[in-house]
Design a protein. Structure first.
Length: 108
């Protein structure tokens, strides 16, 4: 089934990032679609988009990193902009993050 999912790993502590706020935006429509928080495993309890909700277009996940680490000395919000070009495919976008750096990739 097609879906959009994410998870966040706190690389500074070596644990899942529990309780991080994540927003999903449709860039094409300039519209916030969802605001969620990560669970104890650093994941979202259900897909951000699934099945017929997924449409081709440009999206952005915004991770509230500064709030999670309770400091905003460097990173505050981390936006990850991506394109869904195959609405029938699975998109998994993990974030590996510390207060000073982050990386992401298209997972499986």
């Amino acid at each position: 089934m097609s879906s959009l999912t994410t998870h966040v790993l706190d690389t500074a502590r070596g644990i899942p990032a529990r309780g991080m706020t994540v927003e999903l935006w449709s860039v094409d429509r300039s519209e916030r679609l969802k605001t969620v928080q990560t669970n104890a495993d650093g994941r979202i309890d259900s897909p951000l988009l699934a099945g017929k909700e997924i449409a081709a277009g440009t999206y952005e996940l915004v991770f509230f990193v500064g709030d999670y680490f309770n400091e905003k000395r460097f990173l505050d919000r981390v936006p990850v902009r991506f394109t869904i070009s195959e609405p029938g495919a699975k998109y998994h976008i993990p974030l590996l993050v510390s207060p000073w750096s982050y990386s992401t990739y298209r997972g499986s």
